[in-house]
Design a binder for this molecule. Structure first.
Ligand SMILES: Nc1ncnc2c1ncn2[C@@H]1O[C@H](COP(=O)(O)OP(=O)(O)OP(=O)(O)O)[C@@H](O)[C@H]1O
Ligand SMILES: [Mg+2]
Length: 250
């Protein structure tokens, strides 16, 4: 079976700084994979490479078996900061990728309205980004990524800036969207528990220069529920990841 996204022997250096060393892994269609690693190890760099925004020093990325040389609509990327344009309404922000591609206005409206509904902002299209809460802004950014109907969504710590309760809510919303749409997701996170809660599989990067440290399958049943974090099985998976990373066991 050809992988939906394949990272193949990727190396990245910036001048004399060695960031990524020979990273390889695959995402199968419909998988939810989390990428975990210490700050500065190269997670964002790897996501930028996987999206086609950055050409790696060596190695390549394959989408459905085809090498990627530039960003493409089938691969959406969501950054840690929502990066909404403050002078455009939420709706106009979400329509922007379509407007840039020259999609006609009525079609844009229809797709954007659907994306607004998908991310729970159907009533907030006319609101400006400064009037959105942090979680709503992040949902708007997700809506903007969804209008291109990407098969693969690359997400860079999308909930990092949110408070704990909003974060839990957003995790559940994202899982439900993922199950509804069947997208393939690669999500970067700092959080071991978030990785176990969300993922089918967790890929661990070592400290820089970063190599593939470990890969852990997460056989917890779906749909995931918040109570699962208290189960012994969940605890064991978290402990295993901690031992790979060498983090304190508190
Ligand atoms: N364009 C660039 N030019 C030079 N160095 C860069 C560039 N982009 C990233 N780096 C360096 O590469 C290393 C990895 O950065 P990256 O942002 O990928 O880390 P990260 O794992 O996402 O960290 P964090 O968890 O803090 O977000 C850092 O040392 C950073 O300074
Ligand atoms: Mg980063």
């Amino acid at each position: 079976m050809i992988a939906m996204l394949r990272v193949e022997n990727v190396w990245q250096r910036f001048g004399t700084l060695e960031v990524l060393q020979n990273i390889s892994f695959e995402l199968q269609a419909g998988e939810f994979v989390c990428l975990l690693g210490p700050s500065g190890c190269g997670k964002t760099t790897l996501l930028r490479i996987a999206s086609g925004l950055l050409k790696p020093s060596a190695g390549r990325i394959l989408f459905n078996g085809e090498p990627i040389t530039a960003p493409r609509p089938e691969i959406g990327i969501l950054f840690q900061q929502p990066n909404l344009l403050p002078y455009l309404s939420t709706r106009a922000n979400i329509e922007l990728p379509l407007a840039l591609r020259g999609v006609p206005r009525t079609e844009r409206r229809r797709v954007a309205q659907d994306a607004l509904a998908q991310v729970g902002l159907a009533e907030f299209g006319e609101v400006y980004p400064s009037q959105l809460s942090g979680g709503m802004a992040q949902r708007a950014a997700l809506g903007r990524a969804l209008v291109q109907n990407p098969a693969v969504l690359l997400m860079d710590e999308p909930f990092g800036a949110l408070d704990a309760m909003t974060r839990e809510y957003m995790q559940l919303e994202l899982l439900s969207l993922w199950q509804r749409t069947g997208k393939t997701i690669l999500m970067v996170t700092h959080s071991i528990t978030e990785a176990v809660f969300m993922a089918d599989r967790v890929i661990v990067l070592t400290a820089r220069p970063s190599r593939l440290g470990a890969v852990l399958d997460v056989p917890l049943p779906r749909p995931r529920r918040l109570e699962m974090v208290h189960s012994a099985e969940f605890g064991a998976l978290v402990a295993q990841l901690r031992s790979y990373i060498g983090a304190p066991s508190s």
